[in-house]
Design a protein around this ligand. Structure first.
Ligand code: LIP
Length: 271
């Protein structure tokens, strides 16, 4: 590979830091909304932060491809058509993961940047500016937070475990997410909804929770953090590709709980 993993990770870190810092430097613009749907919003700062991360990446790797949360599907397609295809590397950016938290002034959000080859993450960085936490991993080194190694927990019983999830109201499948969340909440010791998938997964990687699951989540929410979970000793799994491009049902665990949790989700899917 032309670029070393360290170069790729350095770039992911710089891009994630630049995006996150831009958001924190503009606190009075956190409520500038570009568009909204029933349960979601797009902020002006989302777009600006993605542009800033993109500039960082393209200044180092001008021929690499970019996939970002704020791209429309049309833009994603046209970029890959006109882009220089010399590189098969693709950068995946979520400029503000936990947008609604950010809008409300809750500090639980982050900027996430990963670089992938054929859909597999090679290096990733997740930066949570308000708690000054930087999570990183590459395929060849262990996960860290602020430079210190992290590892998943050793809890191996679901009834002693913490589950982190999000409420997917998009109706991707037949089973009501509420039925599944209810069953899981009655099974795990505690279930929490904290509002940033990337940070949830970094908490699994750090041993602060044992499992993360969402019935519908996008590639940009998970691309960096899934590598961080795996390189911290955990396991991740796409349960199902959903109809919408870049949207999947997804789980991540501390590995020890993986089989038991997967069985619970299978049983729930069968009704
Ligand atoms: C959000 C997540 C949140 C999840 C939502 C959404 P955004 O990302 O991280 O935890 O439940 O489905 O994808 O839109 O803030 O980047």
């Amino acid at each position: 590979m032309q670029s070393s993993l360290n170069d790729l990770l350095d770039c992911a870190i710089e891009a994630a830091r630049a995006a996150g810092s831009h958001a924190t430097e503009n606190p009075y613009r956190r409520t500038d909304i570009d568009s909204s749907t029933a349960h979601d919003i797009k902020l002006h700062l989302d777009r600006e932060c993605q542009e800033i991360a993109t500039e960082v990446i393209l200044s180092r790797f001008p021929d690499h491809n970019i996939l970002g949360e704020e791209d429309s599907p049309e833009a994603v397609n046209s970029k890959s058509e006109i882009g220089n295809q010399k590189s098969s590397l693709e950068w995946v950016i979520d400029p503000i993961d936990g947008t609604v938290n950010f809008f409300h002034g809750l500090p639980l959000w982050c900027s996430s940047v990963a670089v992938r080859l054929k859909g597999e993450s090679l290096a990733g960085a997740v930066f949570a500016p308000e708690s000054d936490l930087l999570y990183t991993a590459t395929t060849e080194c262990a996960s860290t937070v602020n430079g210190e190694p992290i590892h998943v927990s050793e809890i191996d019983r679901v009834d002693e475990a913490m589950l982190l999830t999000g409420l997917n109201l998009k109706k991707d499948g037949d089973v009501s997410v509420f039925d599944t969340v209810r069953m899981l909440s009655e099974t795990f010791r505690k279930t929490r909804i904290l509002g940033s998938a990337a940070l949830d997964m970094c908490r699994v990687a750090s041993g602060q929770a044992e499992a993360y699951w969402e019935a519908g989540i996008y590639t940009w929410d998970i691309a960096a953090a899934e590598l961080i979970v795996r390189q911290a000793g955990g396991r991740t799994c796409v349960i199902e590709q959903l109809g919408e491009p870049h949207r999947v049902s997804f789980m991540a665990t501390n590995d020890r709980l993986h089989g038991a949790f997967r069985d619970l989700l299978k049983a729930s899917a069968q009704g």
